[in-house]
Design a protein around this ligand. Structure first.
Ligand SMILES: Cc1cc2nc3c(=O)[nH]c(=O)nc-3n(C[C@H](O)[C@H](O)[C@H](O)COP(=O)(O)OP(=O)(O)OC[C@H]3O[C@@H](n4cnc5c(N)ncnc54)[C@H](O)[C@@H]3O)c2cc1C
Length: 380
């Protein structure tokens, strides 16, 4: 049985799902999306990401990130054209942030005994003299930084090589995807990877989706290692992180994590605070020249697709013929969880295929029995 699959969404979640599915000849995959790699739009989170691996999940939900790391590591080592490089990460903690009230998006990252210390290479606690002023402790480990402007088109290329067909479509309802396969046949599986689009998309309308606004400044200045701190004194919605993208992609200075804020225009006051915190945390960025020494490429805003109860990866039956497999709501970890989530999508698709295959055999058997009984009774 051949699966006719339509993937809705061409961000990192849709593209990774499409790539993994297209590795099986049993799947005929079409990707339909409003935005594609090359676009910069507030409704499209993926190009705006750093993107690095700084684990954010609690241990019990760490499957997606655990299962993604080996593939990102392999790509970094073996596939230079994917636009990913290794970068050491330094994470600095302040005791006062542990006690800070309210939600903090990356708490597990700042745990003193994190699950990821056995997953990411070269993990070690920093010596006290390596901890930057104003912080109480820290750790270091090997991570990667992805140049999204290279990586997303690379994913498209890998999909094309496997026969995936891409179409620009604005869906008003997820049901419309059923009729959009390039094969001309109705899709028996739809992958919903529309991220924040799932809030308004007919047939999904997931009201637990909301943006976690992220403002960044992209600069030409180089900096190693990557840096993230557990909090700032500026606001509970502001963060400090620095990461240098692979292959000349510039260095991302972040940022903010502002739930429920849809504003697409960079706020100049926030931008100044981001730059100030960056040079304070890493004076080497500008050789001690302060923010005047930064060479800005652009200011940007992306909306992380946050879902109140976490990512949704599950099957929903649309009708007798077609199932939807949802893969949306990755908030700030869509890249670092992409292969783990894509792997689950493939598992679900295989389960559906097996079930439908069994249903088909039962149906065929029933037809066979029926015609046998019919021929006997006709003979009598
Ligand atoms: C500033 C910032 C920094 C980040 N840093 C990191 C990081 O360091 N590491 C990391 O792992 N993650 C990071 N993230 C998070 C990451 O960017 C997201 O988790 C990820 O991009 C989500 O990908 P997605 O494919 O689910 O969604 P998107 O990239 O938003 O793609 C959604 C797709 O669905 C399509 N779509 C939506 N609605 C419709 C419709 N009605 N009809 C047709 N198509 C539709 C869109 O056009 C698009 O193609 C960051 C995000 C931001 C904003």
């Amino acid at each position: 049985m051949v699966n006719v699959i339509v993937v809705a969404g061409a961000g990192v979640s849709g593209l990774t799902s499409a790539l993994l599915l297209s590795r099986s000849k049993a799947n005929k995959v079409t990707v339909v999306a409003k935005h594609m790699p090359g676009d910069y739009d507030i409704e499209y989170a993926s190009p705006w990401a750093g993107a690095n691996v700084l684990p954010m999940a609690e241990d019990e939900n760490s499957r997606w990130e655990r299962r993604t790391w080996p593939e990102l590591k392999r790509l970094t080592e073996e596939v230079p054209e994917a636009g990913i490089h290794f970068q050491k990460a330094r994470v600095y903690r302040r005791l006062k942030d542990e006690a800070a009230p309210g939600y903090h998006p990356a708490d597990p990252l700042f745990s003193a005994n994190p699950w990821y210390k056995s997953v990411l290479p070269d993990y070690r606690e920093l010596n006290q003299d390596e901890v930057i002023p104003g912080h109480d402790s820290g750790c270091e480990f090997m991570s990667v930084c992805i140049n999204t402007a290279v990586y997303l088109p690379w994913l498209v290329g890998q999909c094309l090589k496997n026969g995936v067909v891409f179409k620009r479509v604005v869906l008003t309802s997820i049901r419309e995807a059923k009729t959009l396969s390039h094969t001309g046949q109705p899709a028996n599986i739809i992958i919903n990877a529309t991220a924040l689009g799932s809030l308004k998309l007919g047939g999904v309308e997931d009201t637990t989706m909301t943006p976690a606004r992220g403002q960044v400044v992209v600069v030409r200045n180089e900096h190693h290692p990557m840096v993230a701190t557990s909090g700032t004194d500026d606001s509970s919605t502001e963060m400090t992180y620095i990461m240098q993208r692979a292959a000349g992609g510039g260095t991302i200075l972040g940022g903010t994590y502002d739930l429920g804020n849809w504003e697409s225009i960079p706020d100049p006051n926030i931008a100044i605070r981001i730059m100030k915190r960056a040079v304070q945390t890493a004076p080497g960025l500008t050789g001690g020249k302060g923010i005047e020494g930064l060479s800005v490429i652009r200011h940007g805003v992306g909306l992380r697709p946050y879902r109140k109860n976490g990512v949704r990866i599950e099957e929903e039956i649309l009708d007798e013929q077609t199932s939807i497999v949802h893969n949306y709501g990755h908030a700030g970890w869509g890249y670092q969880g992409s292969y783990g989530c894509g792997e689950r999508v493939v598992e679900l698709v295989n389960e559906i295929r097996k079930r439908k295959g069994e249903d088909q055999s039962r149906h065929d058997l029933l037809l066979h029995d029926l015609s046998f009984h019919l021929s006997i009774s006709l003979k009598q």
